[in-house]
Design a binder for this molecule. Sequence first.
Ligand code: GMT
Length: 387
Amino acid sequence: MSRLPVIGITCYPSAGGSGVIASELGVRLARSGCEVHFIASSLPLRLRRFDRNIFFHKVESASYPVFLGDPYTLALATMMSEVARRHDLDILHVHYAIPHAAAGFLAREMTGGRLRLVTTLHGTDVTLVGQEPSFLPIIRFLIQRSDAVTAVSRFLQEETARVFAPGRAVEVIPNFVDTRLFRPRPDPRLRAQFAAPQERLLIHASNFRAVKNVPAVIEVFALVAAALPARLLLIGDGPELPLAHDLAARRGVAARVRTLGQVENMAQILPLGDLTLLPSLHESFGLVALESMSCGTPVIATNRGGTGEYIENGHNSFLCDPQDVVGMTEVALRVLRDEPARRHMAEEGRRDVTSRFDERCVMRQYLALYERVMKEPTADAATGAPA
Ligand code: GMT
């Protein structure tokens, strides 16, 4: 590449996986010398580190009584086009299609220059929300009119083809983890804040939405806690958290469940666990499972979606039917009662993640993609969608 690209990144700034991936990608790109401009409603959670190549542009949308909602998409498109002009952006990389790809499309039209739009599909923008009749046609259009589209797993790539039939290639660039940061780190003093040495520590981290199947986390934990001394850490926040607390109280395990809320130092917390639970109804990828494995904590993850693209059941973690509470409990008890087997699984998981999903190898794929789209004609209205 003759000159490193100047990149604009838009994502949801909250703790969700798409925001995490977008932020971590931006940080890595900046470290490799690219100028990176984040354009979002607030500073993304994992971006709280200073880097001379990173710039942040806050989007603020005006409200007016006549509006039915907040016209964020328009304000975002305006900010994107201004940043693109002012800083000579080559690439606008949007994470999560709704509404970021729409704003990106508008910004590219407004800029009318050499700006290229890259859309990364993360999950429910395809599998859930994207299929709403009010969204489907516009998401298909935006997939067609982006200069490149990536999906975070083969599962999501296939779902995108099935649901939207966009008639264009969507390539897989998987999620990644900084394996030097997310690593096994024994910290008995920190662990002691959450569990006694003889207690097993289980972890669930999510945005506590229905798709995360949080009741199954509590049910499995209650059965595990009835069989051996155990504690559960809940990390994150979201609409189903009160439900989780209610259920924990009804199952008599409330005192064994600790809620941490949103945590910035996940790389310190995940290695403390003996087992991570992610029994989602589906996961296009399930980033927290990858991060957990990188930390040497095995996972019981849903078998629905893209988790099978990095979990080999029984080898480096477990894949289970998310409705099968009894099955998940059996697996949990088996691994928690056999420390040598658990440790072996943890080592296998760490090795597999390091060799295939380290941020350095995945970042190369994004840079190659940027290089390619910068050479190709844009997929704007004038040229039509690429075949
Ligand atoms: O799609 C969502 O539910 C939101 C999104 C997020 O921002 O956390 O999650 C998706 O993207 C993550 C990052 O690529 C993936 O690890 C998650 O599996 C995916 N969520 C679902 O598929 C439910």
